[in-house]
Design a protein. Structure first.
Length: 310
């Protein structure tokens, strides 16, 4: 898989008090299977040191492809929450840019060989997000399909602090949606250099209004694709989760906001039929291309050693 462009959402993980319980919940909801991430002993020592003892995290897979990770809470005071990571070629340089733009670093860049380098930052409103500088792990191996990440947005109190921050740090191009309901404000972000608009958007910003508790801080919400929004809601409740926002229809599909059985909040999206059909055709074309390249790779190539990867 190619390394994601600068500023693209490239990975998500959830921090949980009980990773095994998380595996049962998300395995039951999305059909995920799980594997050890394969970090080397230096990285494992760094991770365990941050936790104050032995700690492991697991990758979540669909069809053998990485889609997310479940990680143990390194401190009981940490929130139980989903987090999104944005790709960068230079985590240290981006950390300096974040500080210059009014944000702060929660965790300075931390090498996790051979996977890559991670960091955790907070924007001026306090919304927490991650940075990922790819090594052997480039990020999502599958997305925009059922059970996979498809979207993220930051919920902010003050758009006049939030918008300039992300548009300065990542070069996002903003596009304000014309919403029917008064008082609602939503801004889509497209990557630097792209024509801003829904067709190129990779994330967004929503303004928190009176419906949100005053004590709720700015935060990111992560979305996963499902075939059936209402069915996913029922399954989540059956598995011990809760419903934060009942299913509702939008031009982009049917959405619900859920909380897992440990308190981490996320959203599910069932895309409109025509969008899902387009995605299915794209996945079929990708599978055909992979199969074709695999057939070529199996032909004798005596001058080149067989390549292996994690």
């Amino acid at each position: 898989m190619a390394v994601c462009a600068e500023g693209m959402p490239c990975w998500v993980d959830v921090t949980l008090a009980d990773v095994e319980a998380g595996k049962r919940f998300y395995g039951g909801l999305f059909g995920w299977t799980f594997e050890d991430p394969g970090i080397d002993e230096r990285a494992r020592a760094r991770w365990s040191g941050r936790a104050g003892g032995q700690a492991t995290f697991v990758n979540a897979l669909i069809d053998g492809k990485k889609v997310a990770a479940l990680a143990p809470k390194l401190d009981g005071r940490m929130p139980t929450a989903w987090g999104v990571y944005f790709a960068t070629d230079d985590a240290a340089a981006l950390a300096r840019k974040i500080r210059d733009a009014g944000g702060q670093m929660v965790t300075d860049p931390l090498p996790l060989p051979p996977l890559g380098t991670m960091a955790v930052a907070a924007d001026p409103g306090g919304a927490v997000f991650g940075l990922w500088q790819a090594g052997s792990h480039a990020g999502f191996e599958k997305r925009d399909q059922p059970g996979c990440f498809c979207w993220t947005e930051v919920y902010a109190r003050d758009k006049n602090r939030t918008d300039p921050f992300y548009e300065t740090v990542f070069g996002f191009q903003g596009f304000d949606l014309d919403l029917d309901e008064p008082g609602q404000e939503f801004r889509m972000w497209s990557p630097a250099g792209a024509e801003p608009g829904p067709d190129t958007a990779i994330g967004g910003r929503s303004v928190m209004g009176d419906a949100f508790p005053v004590e709720m801080p700015d935060h990111f919400l992560v979305y996963f694709v499902v075939d059936d929004c209402d069915g996913a809601v029922s399954k989540a409740v059956e598995l011990g989760g809760r419903v934060q926002a009942d299913p509702f229809d939008t031009p982009y599909g049917r959405i619900a906001v859920l909380t897992d059985n440990q308190g981490a909040t996320f959203a599910v999206l069932a895309e409109p039929a025509e969008t899902a059909e387009t995605a299915d055709r794209a996945e079929a074309a990708e599978a055909a291309e992979v199969a074709e390249s695999g057939e070529v790779a199996e032909r004798p190539q005596p001058d080149r050693p067989r390549e292996t990867g994690t």
